[in-house]
Design a protein around this ligand. Structure first.
Ligand code: SAM
Ligand code: SF4
Length: 332
């Protein structure tokens, strides 16, 4: 079992399988270069599997595959199937922009994927184009429908930005309600790669948009997740949206500025460059690439343990110290 210096059990790994992406989201990546690059830049998935085997043998129970855009990896379905073969009970999830999802959804489900988080910043073609620099709305929506059809458990992620998509907070909420999937609003986290001038909405402002139409109450703070959950009574959905749900609708807001964000942190990250990152908002990282490439199990284990030991108690996050690591590199 992996336990850090503050007694937190680390049983969740977020694995970035590439930093390449077919989008250029304003809050995440620079606009240029626009080309997607090729797979030779990425750590081979067999080598990443060497790391995952060790992590699982040390008690890791949950893995999220992310990026960059993980569906750009040509062997991603095989990779997920291999992880599920090693540990059939593993809770395995993937985060994607859904542009390439529709034709892969069934294969991913068959490979053993259980849950999928899909970024959906807008339901308007122009806004998607403006935020991601790609005319992707149709494909994103097809991807969401396909994932829903094959029975993957979906969560939608939206990053509300001032003057860009903030007026769609309720629209996206209602889209999610009709699909009966959870939406989570993520506060924009400043980083040196985001376009200048981008301003994100904070939790109270996000709730204010929703309160204009629906009554909201606090549901709970996820114990091992980053979101604070709120609920809207089902009666209100019936009256205002003509939508009948069997229970109240629950949505989340991910607000990293909150003090209690770190107390129950159970995760570390593997970046696409082969670095183990104990905390998203700390600069330190431990290089594990060579050990993974060589399949050196002992060295992987030592570096993994070193990473856990150096996990800080709290994140360094504050408005004045902007992160120099972009989400597309660390896996968000
Ligand atoms: N490409 C995939 C996607 O967009 O879903 C997976 C990787 S992306 C880095 C993972 C998540 O990070 C997305 O939901 C995205 O909205 C979020 N994200 C990226 N940069 C962010 C930022 N600066 N602030 C808040 N969320 C961010
Ligand atoms: Fe790509 Fe995801 Fe970053 Fe957008 S948020 S640029 S889709 S990695």
């Amino acid at each position: 079992m992996l336990v850090d210096s503050f007694g937190r059990t680390i049983d969740y790994m977020r694995i970035s399988v590439t930093e390449r992406c077919n989008f250029r989201c304003a809050y995440c990546m620079p606009n240029t270069p626009m080309d997607i690059g090729d797979e030779s830049q990425d750590v081979p998935l067999d080598s990443v599997l060497n790391f995952i085997k060790v992590a699982i043998s040390e008690g890791v129970k949950k893995i999220r595959i992310t990026g960059g855009e993980p569906l750009l990896r040509s062997k991603i379905v095989e990779f997920i199937a291999n992880i599920c073969k090693i540990a059939p009970e593993i809770d395995i999830a993937l985060t994607t922009n859904a542009f390439l999802l529709a034709p892969l959804a069934q294969n991913l489900k068959d490979a053993g994927l259980k849950r999928i988080n899909i970024s959906l910043d807008s339901l308007r073609r122009d806004n998607i184009k403006c935020i991601s620099k790609r005319d992707g709305l149709d494909k994103i929506l097809l991807g969401i429908q396909a994932a829903h059809k094959v029975g993957l458990k979906i969560k939608l992620n939206m990053v509300p930005l001032r003057g860009i998509n903030e007026y769609e907070i309720v629209e996206i909420l209602e889209y999610a309600i009709r699909l009966d999937v959870m939406v989570r609003y993520i506060e924009f986290m400043e980083n040196t790669y985001a376009k200048s001038g981008i301003v994100g909405l904070k939790l109270p402002e996000i709730l204010e948009h929703i309160r204009k139409k629906y009554p909201i109450s606090l549901f709970e703070k996820e114990i091992f997740g980053p979101a604070t959950l709120f609920k809207i009574p089902k009666q209100s959905l019936k009256e205002k949206l003509d939508c009948i749900l069997e229970r109240d609708y629950v949505f989340g807001v991910i607000a990293p500025h909150n003090d209690d964000f770190c107390k129950t942190c159970n995760r570390i990250r593997l970046s696409s460059e082969g670095k183990l990152i104990p905390c998203l908002y700390h600069e330190n990282a431990i290089d594990i690439k060579e050990a993974m490439l060589q399949g050196n199990t002992q060295e992987i284990l030592e570096r993994l343990k070193l990473c856990i030991q150096t996990k800080p108690e709290k994140n360094d996050w504050n408005e004045d110290s902007i992160s120099k690591r972009a989400f597309y590199q660390t896996g968000g």
